[in-house]
Ligand binder design. Sequence first.
Ligand code: DX5
Ligand code: ZN
Length: 220
Amino acid sequence: MVPKIAPSILAGDHGNLSAEAERLQSWGADLIHVDIMDGLFAPNLTFGPAAVKAINKAASIPLDCHLMLQHPESFCERFLDAGADIVTVHVEAVDNETLSAIEEAVKKFSAKLGIAFKPDTSLSSIDLPAHDISMVTIMTVNPGFSGQKFMAEVVPKIREAADLFGKRQIEIEVDGGVDQSNAKMICENGATILVAGNSVLGQKDPENALKELKRLVDGS
Ligand code: DX5
Ligand code: ZN
């Protein structure tokens, strides 16, 4: 399987979200990554359900909603209702019981559930096999902002996640500081989805930047 590229709309023009979504789709993005932050779990405030609804209206490719929220259980249904195809919650913000409740909501909307790990969080911090997870997101920057430096020390955890979950058809997404210089190496370590913020919508020629990323991972 060719790894997928999920440009992050956080790095785009927030005054033109629909146009950003349309152009990402037309350039061949596989998914659109939407970074949702509440100012508590992560030191930034970004998009609410209305923004997700507008993005969903503008593009038909899957919306990958990364919930960096202290209480994802309070909002996940609203993001699902707004059109999220994948809802990813942070392992640091849920316990097994909360995660089971979120899992039920995701099933009700026939969507997919992802679970994200901050750079310092170990994969063993939750009983993942007990849950119906479609994607594991390994963060290679601390949640908050686009344009941070890739944390190379997290690469062994990408490999570990791929070894543990890859065989179960669980996508391994890598999020943070991914660019044209490291994309191939990250895929060689087992990533199946690369989130790209600054390295696509932060570039002067974002179309070319996305196409270059796709070309680099093709055949990984
Ligand atoms: C960070 C977000 C990332 C971010 C990626 O909190 O979860 O998805 O948008 O942006 P880049 O690719 O610029 O690091
Ligand atoms: Zn993200």
